[in-house]
Each structure stands twice: as C-alpha cells, then as structure tokens.
Design a protein around this ligand. Structure first.
Ligand SMILES: Cc1cc2nc3c(=O)[nH]c(=O)nc-3n(C[C@H](O)[C@H](O)[C@H](O)COP(=O)(O)OP(=O)(O)OC[C@H]3O[C@@H](n4cnc5c(N)ncnc54)[C@H](O)[C@@H]3O)c2cc1C
Length: 324
C-alpha cells in the first residue's frame, strides 16, 4: 500500500481514487466540494447545473456507466432539442443526468469512497524531500511523505504547479476556451416547447431548461452558455450588461411576457480545450522521469466528463503495473 496524493476532486481525480482504492489515498481540492466543473448551483430554492449539463449517450465509458447504474445515481431522459433555432426543427434527444442534478454524480461517488480528503485546500507547491517522497503545501499547511502525486487539474494550472519537478518538453499548448454561463429563472412556466438547444443566436451556443433535472422546482429555470468566441471577446464584460443582453435575447426568441425573478452570470476560464494531449502524443498522461508525479485530466483525452473519467482510469492501470 502506497501513500498517494490526488490533487483535484473532479471526475478525473475521483476516477483515480475509485480505481486505486487499495492504496492509502488523500485527495485535495481548492473548492469546498467534489465535482469540479460538474457543478450544481443553488440560489435559495432555485437550482442550476451550470457546469456539465449531461452525459451524452455517444460518450460511453463502460466502467462509469456501470457505476452509475450500480449506485443508482443517474437516469436516462428524453428531451425536446432544437439543433437550429432558425430552422425550428425539434428533435428527440436521449441523455444521462444525475438524479439530483449533475453534481450528485461526483458527490455520490466521492461519498461512497470514504477517503481522507482536504477541501478548501489549494495546493501551491510540491517538493521532493530527502527520502525521495513528496510534500505538498497549501498557504497554511504541509502534508508529508507521499509516494505518488497525481495532479488532476486543468493543464495550464497543472503545468505551473509541477514546474519545479517536471520538465515538460512537449509542444502541447492547448487553447482553453472560456465560457460564460447565465442562470435565468422565471416565476411562471413560459410554455416553451423545447427543453434545450444549440446556437440560439451567434453568441449563445447552448441553453437548457433545468426543470427536467429538478422536477420539484416551482419556477422555470434555464442555463444559457455563451460561446467561447463571444466569451473571449468580452472577457471583462460587466456581468449586469451580460445578464441584460441574455435576458433580452431569450425574451425575444421565445416571446416571453414576464420578467425574470433571478439572473446570474458565471465565468469558467478553463471550460474546455479544443485539442487533447492524446491527439498530439497518443498518451493519456504526462509523467516525471522517476514515474512518481503524473498530470492528467479531461484535457489528456477530450473535453467531456467521460473523458475525465477515462483519463483517471487509464492512469490507474499504469500505476498498477508500475509494480508498487
Ligand atoms: C460550462 C461547461 C459545460 C460543460 N458541459 C458538459 C456536458 O454537457 N457534458 C460533458 O460531458 N462535459 C461537459 N463539460 C466538461 C466537463 O465538466 C469536464 O470535462 C470535466 O468535469 C472535467 O473534469 P476534471 O476532473 O478533469 O477537471 P475539473 O472538473 O476541472 O476538476 C479539477 C478540480 O481541481 C481543483 N483544483 C484546481 N487547482 C487546484 C489546486 N491547485 N489545488 C487543489 N485543487 C485544485 C478544482 O477545484 C476542481 O475541483 C462542461 C464544462 C463546462 C465548464
């Protein structure tokens, strides 16, 4: 049994924790909860999945699907989806969602693991000590003597955090797309025919009704994603201006008569990458020369939460064959 530190309790870190349970695992996250970009936000009685929206049926990772079924924490639903707003062609789309919002998926997996964890703990430094083991540091605390350190955070941050121990000599410089999400709620049902869709206009790439996810919601809730082009161009926009803009477009598009009761924007700086590390190198992680420190995440394989799970699963297989 080895002491393994996992930095990041998103789907990648949780996949590693799940697949390396026979070891002594400690997981660190700078946030107060597990799940990372699989995030469900609560504002009073309103609920929004404002990170990952769903698991696509096309993105099948059998271990994760098996676990979701076995733990009974997700459901497959059919939604009315508008691929192109102008053409007004509604199609049926089957997706997988968490039983209680998307974050209930990582949260339930995390709770089933019963591992040592430190939340609100941003790791800012990793040092190899004189016993060739690793110490981790937050602003205030020190955590000592890990045999392995698995860094499961967005690539740009991972590279910076490990720069003193890993000389990363590859050409991989992914462009991270930032995305604004806007949470919007109306008191009454607007009787909109669709549950979601793509490309509402040139700036809004995606929108989804939240009531299908949270059937007990009394109000009508939406999450709207601005595309990365718009977000990059307006990276410092005043949130009030963005919220007003989105509300206006939404009102006009769906002929809404009432004013929203709640609206809030959020910026994801590292939402997703266009190209994966695997596209460049055919590898699914980056390792130190002594095979003790590893970097992986969704960026290593693709840009969805199933890619994150797969990245963790693949690295866990490698760690198992390192004869530890
Ligand atoms: C708006 C949006 C919509 C999306 N929609 C979908 C979708 O519909 N379907 C889909 O499959 N995917 C979707 N995704 C992508 C999906 O959410 C990600 O691919 C997946 O969640 C990434 O998981 P991860 O564990 O690799 O990274 P993350 O979820 O980013 O986890 C990294 C964790 O590391 C922590 N961390 C970072 N730095 C440190 C540090 N120094 N010390 C300690 N902890 C640290 C963070 O707090 C975070 O919890 C979406 C993403 C966004 C932003």
């Amino acid at each position: 049994m080895k002491n393994i530190a996992i930095i990041g309790a998103g789907m990648t870190g949780l996949s590693l924790a799940y697949n390396l349970q026979e070891h002594n695992i400690t997981i660190f996250d700078k946030s107060w909860r597990p799940g990372g970009r699989v995030s469900t936000r609560k504002h009073d009685h309103l609920l929004f999945d404002h990170g990952a929206h769903y698991i696509s049926l096309n993105h099948n990772v059998s271990q994760l699907r098996g676990l979701l079924k076995q733990m009974n924490i997700s459901k497959e639903v059919e939604i009315n989806f508008l691929i192109n707003f102008k053409e007004n062609k509604i199609s049926k789309k089957r997706i997988i969602i968490g039983n209680n919002g998307m974050n209930s998926i990582p949260n339930s997996i995390y709770n089933s693991l019963n591992i040592k964890s430190y939340f609100n703990s941003k790791i800012i430094k990793i040092i190899k000590n004189k016993n060739n083991l690793f110490n981790l540091y937050t602003e205030k605390d020190e955590y000592k003597n890990f045999n392995f350190v698995l860094i499961c955070i967005p690539y740009i941050q991972a590279k910076e955090l490990s720069s003193n121990i890993l000389n990363i000599s590859n050409n991989y410089e992914p462009i991270y797309d930032p995305i604004y999400t806007v949470m919007l709620s109306y008191e009454k049902n607007n009787n909109i025919e669709v549950d979601g869709g793509l490309n509402l206009n040139n700036n809004i790439s995606f929108y989804m009704k939240q009531n299908i996810k949270f059937p007990k919601l009394k109000n009508e809730n939406w999450v709207i994603n601005m595309n990365s082009n718009y977000t990059s161009k307006n990276i410092n926009i005043n949130y009030k201006d963005l919220e007003n803009y989105v509300q206006k477009i939404f009102k006009k598009s769906f002929n809404i008569k009432q004013l929203p009761i709640f609206i809030k924007a959020h910026r994801w700086l590292y939402a997703q990458t266009k190209t994966s590390y695997n596209d460049l190198s055919k590898k699914s992680w980056i390792n130190s020369s002594d095979n003790k420190v590893f970097l992986t995440g969704d960026w290593a394989i693709g840009k969805g939460l199933t890619d994150a799970w797969k990245a963790g699963l693949k690295l866990s297989h490698y760690i198992k064959i390192l004869d530890i």
